[in-house]
Design a protein around this ligand. Sequence first.
Ligand code: NAD
Length: 300
Amino acid sequence: MIIALIGLGNMGLPMAANLLKAGHTVTGFDLNPDLVAKHVEAGGKGAASIAEAIRGAEAIVTMLPAGRHVDTVYLGPGGILENINTRPILIDSSTIDVATAQKVAAAADGRGIAMLDAPVSGGTGGAIAGTLTFMCGGTDAAFAAAKPVLQGMGKNIIHAGAAGAGQAAKICNNMMLAVAMCGVAEAFVMADKLGLDRQKLWDITSTSTGQSWALTTYCPAPGPVPTAPSGRDYTGGFASALMLKDLKLAQDAAESVGAPTPLGAHAAAIYQALNDAGEGGRDFSVVFKWLSGLARGEVA
Ligand code: NAD
């Protein structure tokens, strides 16, 4: 297929590389020309504008930072809907607010063009390996049209429901994950204080009812899971700043529908404090290190 990919950042660039590997023709555009040059080096075509990137495209994929960027790229002057001259399937894989996802999909629908919100889980590792999970929101027809494109970049492709449902699934998942991570970190800080060996606690809880992905794969206390980011001073992995972004999206969504999320709100406050303490660039399991500092009276 002829595909345009807009937003060649940490995620978009390796996703474009996998689409190339799958045999598609991929024209890339980013505000940063260095990233367009990297895409060309990898065998893709480069464009100097959105209009140029989407000319003749059968599918357009966007991977942008936040809702305001998605709004601008689709609806703004010089944007996708203004310049579209074919009937491509539109796929936005950015993590954004549900309201913007629905607004952009409705605008596309008004032009008779199908759109899918398809945020991902799996991080940069999954983007490089082509093993991302896509959570999709849109019509059955939009999902069917997007599937061959998504298969080039991911392993699990799930149709969650109507427009916005992909974004809803993404923020529900990440809110669960943040709450679980904070819980595991608190328990390990308390265990340290109680003189309980970390490995013994992990051996017991990983086969008991306290078990979770945050514990078994990403244990925030250094030691029990050497491959986790806690084993390399919380580098790599999923940045706390991105987790904070998702928790804020979850809080906005919860407020808009009157859903009670006291633990989600508390997790958002914890990640805000972590970011304010300068830990935004570290993996989100760094909450253990931050709580340990609190336990020692080192941080306010
Ligand atoms: P990034 O900041 O590395 O990349 C975004 C790119 O979009 C940048 O290169 C930027 O120049 C470009 N851009 C911004 N405005 C543009 C415009 N108007 N026209 C063209 N290009 C524009 O971000 P990322 O890490 O690749 O993340 C992208 C999205 O994926 C975010 O919504 C993020 O929340 C989500 N996500 C990221 C991860 C991760 O681990 N990085 C995991 C899951 C989901």
